[in-house]
Design a protein. Sequence first.
Length: 215
Amino acid sequence: MPKLKSVEPPKLATWLLEWFSHENGPLVGDLIEAYRSGHSAAWYWKQVFAAILIALPQLVWRHLALFAYTLACSAVISIAWFFVFPNAAHDSAFPRVFALYANGYAIDWPWSFVYQIAFLTAFQAAGVSVALIAHMACSRQLHRRSLVRALPVAIVVIAIGNVALPLVSGFLSRVEWVGWIFVSAPPATALILGNWNARRSHGSPLHKPKTFTSA
């Protein structure tokens, strides 16, 4: 018996659409109705990505300071991680940190993989946590509830992103600047999503809903 198609579109796609196109409520409703009328999940995802690409430049411009802060902090974290490792050009700038990381080489697989991912995640999470707290303090959003919402999201995003790094380590070793992008992506994404969740918990979402007043 063939599997019946769900009447509701993919939840993740809808969540992304609502985040990036929050002020375009009619678009969200139209795409959901189109999916229910017979369009496929692949079609729905394609429309969601198209909507995000259209909304992203405006979103970045509207919150340019936040994105610039995110890029700067993620670059600092990536540079610090780069200097942890020795290579042909220089020794490790943090030999004790590298020695702790290298302990994972002596552990049997797959626990060595788990150890190294956990170590990188902890290193980046420490930097991201400092950056998040500093930004939240400057924007007067540093509250316990904001931290509870922001930090777990940031750590999970970093961990998921770091799982992919060893899988492409051979390619990264050939093209160093691409490696910088890959290493910077998890903390940058974590900072953005962490700040979004902090703003939501504080009642100050990234997208402010429109209000209407009577004359």
